[in-house]
Design a protein around this ligand. Structure first.
Ligand code: PLP
Length: 410
């Protein structure tokens, strides 16, 4: 049925073949899109068509197939530029995913610009991939990792951020949308403040990219990282956006083929952007799939997706939050995409197992955000996360599944 703004959930669901699969004798209820989203047929087709008809290496041949592969590869770069409203497609670097993008920035910009006694600021709700690369950098340089704390609702304490900022701050790296709590952080305001002390800014958009339009000019971040596989695209392909001037000044991340202008044993001249950061044969099929995913998302409209997911979120907070013996973790002011909860007396893994027996896929664990779990004094949560294909009926199935957990565990 068409919903608001012409969003038709039935026709959206029809495009995801996996939604017809039965799990343990039940229709699949997939509530783990924050870990990875399911793929529409157009993405699956783009990858298989690439291998069936255009497979070749990029930028290396005069032959037709190589041209076709290069066109696919570069067209997706341009689609990505448009998606995030970057000025120049040379600001779009292909990487494996968010994790690699952040490691790239820490190892290049970080090594170049962070010194002894300097500060790198992250928040208390980071995914491990936006903690560990900075820890490695700080350890190497004798710099300090500072953490913006959050309150009991899972909102950042902005006064503490103001207090941490100083002329020692070289990088502010923050998650846009928390994968553990769903909190949407006030990143535009944070980055504006970071600029006043001359710090570079990195936005972890792994979770926000599938749920909302990201405009790098409006947010004015220096770097943005996100993963194709959470945006209905394939695994193994992700994006680092960086402002042209910064990327130009940074040293390469890896050396090898494609990233050079010329090589002698005495000296190598590096290639211009973006090739300087794309050593070796890239994930060309991944870019074919990512390009199809971006077209798909644009066609549905991220605003329509956001409105639909808002309904799902509100319904799930009301429905799951009303169950006696269930406690929702976090109650952030602005949120999207995710609810986390614990069930009295039952370990989240056991909740996950009972739900799986009914075909319901949720995530149980620390969600690669152990400091968030420590903050709430729990080892793990059950997390239900939404994609454009979920329905309120599926949240009813989750509700019934949790009732079943109480029956199994008395
Ligand atoms: N940042 C956040 C907020 C995430 O949720 C994730 C993955 O769950 C990542 C970073 C890492 O993404 P990837 O594993 O695709 O590199």
């Amino acid at each position: 049925m068409p919903g608001p703004h012409g969003f038709d959930i039935d026709s959206v669901r029809q495009q995801f073949p996996i939604l017809d699969v039965e799990i343990n004798g039940h229709p699949l209820v997939y509530l783990d899109s924050a870990a990875t989203s399911q793929k529409p047929q157009v993405v699956i087709d783009a990858i298989s068509n690439y291998y069936a008809r255009s497979n070749s290496n990029v930028h290396r041949g005069v032959h037709t197939l190589s041209q076709q592969a290069t066109d696919i590869y570069e067209e997706t770069r341009e689609k990505t530029r448009a998606l995030i409203n970057a000025s120049d497609s040379r600001e779009i670097i292909y990487v494996r995913g968010t994790t690699e993008a952040i490691n790239l920035v820490a190892s290049t910009y970080g090594r170049q610009n962070v010194g002894e006694g300097d500060d790198v600021i992250v928040t208390a709700m980071e995914h491990h991939s936006n903690i560990v690369p900075w820890q490695i950098l700080c350890e190497e340089k004798g710099a300090n990792l500072k953490v913006v704390p959050m309150d009991e609702n899972g909102d950042l304490i902005m006064e503490e951020f103001d207090r941490l900022l100083s002329d020692r701050t070289k990088i502010v790296a923050t998650v846009h949308l928390s994968n553990a709590l769903g909190t949407i952080n006030p990143v535009k305001e944070m980055f504006k403040k970071a600029r006043t002390v001359g710090a570079a800014t990195l936005l972890d958009g792994a979770q926000s990219a599938p749920h909302m339009a990201i405009d790098v000019k409006d947010i004015d971040c220096d770097f943005l990282a996100f993963s194709g596989h959470k945006l209905y695209g394939p695994t193994g392909i992700g994006i680092l956006y960086g402002k042209y001037d910064l990327l130009s000044q940074m040293p390469p991340y890896q050396g090898g083929g494609e990233m050079i202008a010329s090589v002698t044993f005495e000296k190598t001249i590096y290639a211009e952007l973006p090739a300087k950061f794309e050593a070796g044969t890239p994930h060309i099929a991944g870019t074919a799939g990512l390009g199809a995913a971006i077209d798909f998302v644009n066609e549905i409209g991220l605003d329509n997706v956001a409105a639909h997911e808002r309904t799902l979120l509100d319904y799930s907070i009301e429905r799951i939050g009303s169950i006696n013996g269930v406690k929702l973790i976090g109650n952030p002011k602005h949120r999207s995409g995710v609810i986390s909860f614990v069930v009295d007396g039952v370990h989240p893994h056991d909740v996950g197992t009972v739900l799986d027996s009914q075909g319901i896929a949720i995530r149980a664990g620390h969600h690669c955000a152990q400091p968030v779990m420590a903050h709430f004094g729990i080892p793990a949560t059950v997390r239900a996360s939404f994609g454009m294909y979920n329905t309120t009926n599926e949240i009813d199935r989750l509700y019934e599944g949790v009732q079943q957990v109480f029956e199994v565990f008395g």
